[in-house]
Design a protein around this ligand. Sequence first.
Ligand code: HEC
Length: 106
Amino acid sequence: MKSIIVSMIAAAGLMVTGSVMAADMPADGKAKCGACHALDKKGVGPAFKDIAAKYKGNKDAVSTLTANITKGGAFGWKMGSMPAKGMGANDAQIKAMAEWIAGLAN
Ligand code: HEC
């Protein structure tokens, strides 16, 4: 019995580590967005997980996020204004971040 509980705890620990690694912010995101955004904590801007929740089930999530990151501005979070393209992200990096953010909802 004891060993079953121990292995269950070990398995749960593995699952948690695995999902954290899968959701870890891409290096480009850390460099160009990380000053204001974190995965699951509010910073200067909203947490990426909260943004993912806002667009969950929205089939246009990736294109909307791509457009919003590119043009910057305010999106109803009442946290101020986001600079266009974050800290100098290029189009490919913006698209990759939009896909990654949208994927966090799953
Ligand atoms: C200087 C700070 C800053 C940087 C750098 C920054 N953001 Fe933001 N971002 C914000 C703020 C502030 C908001 C919230 C605006 C509001 O109140 O609506 C925001 C909002 C967003 C949103 C929400 C859009 C929506 O439709 O709700 C997304 C997505 C986003 N940022 C992605 C990024 C990505 C990706 C990068 C890097 C390429 C980035 N941000 C870099 C400050 C920043």
